[in-house]
Write a protein that binds this ligand. Sequence first.
Ligand SMILES: [Zn+2]
Length: 451
Amino acid sequence: MLKLYNTLTRKKDVFRPLKGKTAGMYSCGPTVHNYAHIGNLRTSIFNDLLRRSLEYLGFKVKQVMNITDVDDKTIKGSQKENLPLKEFTRMYEDIFLNDLKELNIEKPDFMLRATESIPEMIDLIEKLLNKGYAYKASDGIYFSISKFKDYGKLARIKKTEDTKSRINNDEYDKSQQKDFALWKFHTPEDGSVSWNASFGPGRPGWHIECSAMSMKILGPQIDIHTGGVDLIFPHHTNEIAQSEAVTGKKFVDYWLHAGFLTMKKSKMSKSLGNILTLRDLKEKGFSPQDYRYLCLLTHYRSSLIFSLENLEAAKTAHERIKRKIIEIKKTKLKGKDFTERYRAEFKKAIEDDINIPKAVQVFLEALENHKFDSSKKIRLLEKFDLVLGLKVKEMHEEKISIPGEISQLIKDREAARKDKNFSAADKIRDKIKLFGYSLEDSPEGVKAKKI
Ligand SMILES: [Zn+2]
């Protein structure tokens, strides 16, 4: 029986989807205005672990993720870079998708760009206006939080008494709970970013984007909605208000929130200047999979305290796993079968609110069990890897495959040496080094080695 910690009830609830074994899942995706930092990517890894766990337990998952490619931040960013909004956001969208791939994160079944769902947003806003939940102000259309009975139930806040004040920004904190913008009328600062609507030209507020995109694919009610813990207020609080005001139905049954990534006791944030991206980690000599492994070791709801020392330890442990698996694949030791015991323990771990650190522990116990028949062991570890995503199947002794351009450079260097042009040969050797390969002259000829 799968139990998930539900932010709505503040306890672990038994997971029962609306439609049999199909789980509809919506994950708040990135705002593509910059490189994703490793805190954002931790949330993406959590989404992936949740999705993989659901599938492991036999659910069919229908996952939707949005790409926010129009909001306050993307417009500001594109203007600063002097690029059209579309060009600017597509650049960061590509980088984000590449990060996901490198972290072995499975692609959601549907990825929707906000700019491609504007009619659905306009439709929701029209419905909110007609039902009296929204009103027109001088600078946009606002949601009236005093009209919505359960406003703030997810964040467990008391509704503010001041119904006259409004907030136009997409992001604000609990002390500023006010009527929020569903639609922002066009201003000169928005440049050419504007869509026509019956209530006036402009652009959507951030919150309505997610309500519209989740309903577009998953309908009025969904099983699971995920996001970082910082989205509980105002984003998810506002999503509930807008959606439930339109449909009159419970929007989401299970709200799951991933914890922060903190650095030396402070949250990683732009204002503190301690942002790290996947690119930064790679430049420091870590692989994306080292970072994934680090994330597996902390439960998704806990804060992950990040340091390069922790990442270094995760890298060492990850490499040790790799070496062990390669060794086991080679030894083919006949032994006992512990499959059922470990399988039961692994299932128990993930059924307990996706307890991945515990699942990793079971994985490691099976790995280290010297009496375990090696081919059965590998088969089981590959099964576990459907959830963990460590790429166990691909763990083989590294055969160096030399890229074509390096092979050509090696040939050029040989030719230079034959001509006794040693300075040219040395220059080519340096160039090869820049690609990350060193050369060894051996009796059988020149061999390239990854540095
Ligand atoms: Zn969202």
